[in-house]
Design a protein around this ligand. Sequence first.
Ligand SMILES: Nc1ncnc2c1ncn2[C@@H]1O[C@H](COP(=O)(O)OP(=O)(O)OP(=O)(O)O)[C@@H](O)[C@H]1O
Length: 257
Amino acid sequence: MLTVKGLSKTYDAKGRRVEAIGDVSFDVADGEFVCVVGPSGCGKTTLLRCIAGLLPPTSGEIVVEGRKVDGPPDGLAVVFQEYGRSLFPWLRVRDNVDLPLRAAGMGKAKRRELVTEALDAVGLADAHAAYPWQLSGGMQQRVAIARAIAYQPRVLLMDEPFAAVDAQTRADLEDLIRSVWQRLGVTLLFVTHDIDESVYLGQRVVMLSSSPTTVAEDLAIDLPAARDQLATRSDPRFTELRGQVYAQIQKAKQERT
Ligand SMILES: Nc1ncnc2c1ncn2[C@@H]1O[C@H](COP(=O)(O)OP(=O)(O)OP(=O)(O)O)[C@@H](O)[C@H]1O
């Protein structure tokens, strides 16, 4: 279980005070897939960094699997949008994926098995010896996903991971992450600014207001568990749900202006 309770975050940088998160509370059950959407600048990245223990909250608390977060929690992995900056260009693909396992002190045989499995899962078995800069953007993001899943996290945070790839690759990666989630049973919190993506992927969509941010709505996505890019997106219920999320985001944007 992941719990965000009365979270607020104010940045105070050289006299510029920004109340990024006002008061945010929500839970994510074990094994649940929850998407977070909100208008640009509403504090989605800030929220994820606080949950990942990379940024201390101003007030409130985050509890991951029964432990209050005061640094990066065990068993939690993050995939960021900027795969280009999160992979080490001088390391081959397999060594990039291996790095967190090595840092965790895991034995060589186990590491090799996990790296092979993870690269297989993201369809990159053949690219293990390549350097990240030899791969397309979509393939680099697959490496970042492989690195996160090789670590066998119980909680996976993703911050707009597909924002920088083309539409076709994005659809493939969406389906990849749904299948990884189903296979690993991981608790997944996925931040996106793409309304359709949030409805397509999630079991729930948590909609945030503009800064100072609160939860505007927490919507259950009652679509069948088996999602399909064509069938799901042309389901009338999908259209209804995306309309609901869209209306809420528009409301949040208007409240700001
Ligand atoms: N390190 C920082 N110092 C000062 N202000 C910051 C810092 N990081 C973020 N902010 C401010 O906090 C607010 C929330 O930023 P954040 O990046 O969390 O929002 P976001 O919803 O992820 O944005 P986007 O959708 O554009 O990616 C913004 O007003 C931003 O300018």
